[in-house]
Design a binder for this molecule. Structure first.
Ligand SMILES: [Zn+2]
Length: 132
């Protein structure tokens, strides 16, 4: 089965040409499209240069298909939550909505993985420790 990333609300496929597509809105009020690679822990977001996001700024992520806000809050931190399907298994993907903060989590039925320099402080949110 093809790897996919999809919206938890409408189950629309967000994964196109090896990029995960989001509609996003920065605190400044600017909005635009953001593309992420499927390499979790790779934080090079692709966007138009006119869509400026400051380091440390909070960015809201929306499903480009149903426009649901993909935010979840865990212990006062804000994450974008999408689903990943890989080799028939389903995972939850959470990544920080603070620009420049490198924290991504993959949560599966038996698996929990944390990626990124800023991920360590918050690895016990779900009562499980990461297994690498
Ligand atoms: Zn959706």
């Amino acid at each position: 089965m093809e790897k996919g990333f999809y919206c938890p609300f409408c189950h629309g496929q967000l994964y196109v040409n090896e990029r995960i597509v989001f509609s996003a809105k920065a605190n400044s009020g600017q909005h635009g499209l953001i593309l992420l690679t499927s390499d979790l822990g790779d934080y090079r977001a692709m966007k138009h240069p006119d869509f400026t996001i400051e380091e440390g700024e909070h960015v809201d992520f929306f499903c480009p298909i149903c426009h649901s806000n993909l935010i979840v809050e865990k212990e006062a931190k804000m994450f974008t939550r999408i689903m990943m399907l890989e080799a028939g298994d389903e995972y939850e993907i959470l990544f920080s909505q603070i620009a420049g903060e490198k924290a991504t989590y993959i949560i599966g039925e038996k698996e929990f993985k944390a990626f990124g320099d800023d991920a360590n402080g918050s690895t016990n949110f779900w009562g499980v420790s990461p297994n690498y």
